[in-house]
Design a protein. Structure first.
Length: 64
């Protein structure tokens, strides 16, 4: 789903055990926040360790 950092923070608090993966927040004209901006917000709220950012062209492996 599409959400800004405020909604993403709400989701992080609503699902305290969930890993959060930021996708589709760069390269689309209608999105206003970059991955760096999202990381800054999550860092301010001590949630950066739960945020995984995708790097263009690099595979991502998640394990729980």
């Amino acid at each position: 789903m599409t959400m800004g950092s405020e909604d993403a923070l709400e989701a992080a608090h609503a699902f305290p055990d969930a890993a959060l993966v930021a996708v589709h927040n760069e390269g689309w004209g209608h999105l206003r926040e970059s991955q760096d901006q999202l990381l800054d917000v999550f860092t301010k709220f001590n949630l950066a360790s739960r945020l995984t950012r995708l790097e263009k062209g690099k595979p991502l492996s998640l394990s729980w």
